[in-house]
Ligand binder design. Sequence first.
Ligand SMILES: [Zn+2]
Length: 158
Amino acid sequence: MLAANDQVAAGLLIQRLPMGGIANLSGTQTLAEEDAIGRNEDYNRIAILANSLTAEELLQLAPDKVLHRLFWQEQLKHFAPEPGLDSPRFVCSCNRERVSAMIRSLGRDEADSILAERALIEVGCDFCGQQYRYDAIDAAQLFVPGQPPVPPPSSALQ
Ligand SMILES: [Zn+2]
């Protein structure tokens, strides 16, 4: 379940884990066994409880409060996120060099055409919202000989 408003985004994911033990690791688990997990009473109870969560609760309550409200009869294990590089955080790999390479891959004619129409080449990252702007001088510098080669399109922008 996902919910968002203009201030916060929140989500709850329930995941049915594969069967434990040697059978799972060896890949000898049968489809019938997999189906049995899906019909597992515990999992179904958790899914039904999770489904009772409203978007308002998800947005307004602290995670521990949400878990307590939904699963107060269950034995909960709480794993605190570890601070540091491994902790969840927002990261976007966009940067001006990548955007420049993408504009170079469009070619000089296309860049000039955009500039003629709008006076600026504006590229917005859909992931983080960063805006990149190139005026005619910035754009002209992208096409000066001796610039790094244009990378293949797959790595130009994410
Ligand atoms: Zn970005």
